[in-house]
Design a protein around this ligand. Structure first.
Ligand code: C2E
Ligand code: CA
Ligand code: CA
Ligand code: CA
Length: 279
């Protein structure tokens, strides 16, 4: 019995320690958003499968806590979402990504599409749409060069206000992708109503392409669904030439993954792009 009570004390101590660590992490993240150096965007190329052309990049957030080791986005983004800090963090990401695509356009590294991840709490905040509108108007970026990635679960929340917000974003010349598609449970009737441009096949179904019996039918179904709805389909997490070959056979339009490149800092991405374009 005494051991049980000890176990509980250990458990609540561990909970308290975890809570304290989360608070410390959020404080540091808040400071990083105000500061200049600890947050950085990495860029992972997206490839058009029929031509091999690089058609865009996905911006992926990296945080070096205290300038030291990277903290994984899977770790700090959910915390930022729960605490509301995602609104400021998302605004930081939007500004950094738009500044980068603006700079690339200005320097003649043009025709790339910048895909930016948007979380639910950020999307829902009253400041989101006005912020995007202001930035897009101010930078006067060419239409079609910015895409927002929303997740399938978010797309399901729905209804009228979502459709309206997406419509206004599209009127600004932005395109919309549904991320992690296939992992949630979209109603197809509802999907058809959403003004979206692209479906991103969840990595799990791309990984499963290496095991034909389990995963192949789902990737194929998403590609066919995209075609039926007039949406572009992109596969993420493509790691092997075999997966790529299968995607080409199914006539999936685009792909992204370690097979082509890992997410890279801007300067490294530029070097990668230049090396790839050599004859
Ligand atoms: P996601 O949007 O689904 O991003 C794809 C993740 O898969 C990225 O992880 C990317 O580095 C990784 N990945 C890309 N290719 C491959 C591959 O071939 N194999 C494998 N195993 N992984 C691959 P990352 O950068 O760690 O980001 C994790 C998640 O954090 C993202 O998932 C996204 O949900 C979130 N995230 C990242 N940056 C942002 C951001 O700026 N804003 C928001 N709201 N969320 C972000
Ligand atoms: Ca994404
Ligand atoms: Ca994804
Ligand atoms: Ca994901």
């Amino acid at each position: 019995k005494r051991r049980n009570r000890g176990g509980f004390a250990d458990y609540s101590r561990a909970m308290a320690a975890e809570r304290e660590e989360s608070l410390a992490l959020l404080n540091d993240l808040r400071a990083a958003i105000r500061g200049e150096h600890d947050l950085q965007l990495f860029y992972q190329p997206q490839i058009e499968l029929c031509s091999g052309r690089v058609i865009g990049v996905e911006a992926l957030l990296r945080w070096r806590r205290h300038g030291g080791d990277f903290v994984r986005p899977d770790h700090f983004i959910p915390l930022a979402e729960r605490s509301g800090l995602i609104v400021d963090l998302g605004a930081w990401v939007l500004d950094a990504a738009l500044a980068q695509i603006y700079e690339w356009e200005a320097r003649g590294i043009s025709g790339l599409r910048m895909s930016i991840n948007v979380s639910l709490a950020q999307f829902r905040s009253a400041s989101f749409l006005p912020l995007v509108e202001e930035r897009i108007r101010r930078l006067a970026l060419p239409a079609g060069c910015v895409e927002l990635e929303i997740t399938e679960s978010m797309a399901m929340l729905g209804a009228d206000s979502l459709i309206e917000t997406l419509g206004r974003l599209k009127a600004l010349g932005l395109s919309i992708a549904i991320d992690d598609f296939g992992a949630g449970f979209s109603s197809l009737a509802y999907l058809q109503q959403l003004p979206v441009d692209r479906l991103k096949i969840d990595r799990a179904f791309v990984t499963a392409l290496s095991q034909p019996t389990s995963g192949q039918p789902i990737a194929r179904m998403i590609v066919d669904l995209g075609r039926a709805l007039g949406l572009v389909v992109i596969a993420e997490g493509v790691e092997t030439a075999e997966q790529e070959a299968q995607l080409i056979t199914m006539q999936c339009a685009e792909a992204q993954g370690y097979l082509y490149a890992r997410p890279l800092p801007a300067a490294e991405f530029e070097r990668w792009l230049a090396a790839r374009s050599l004859p």
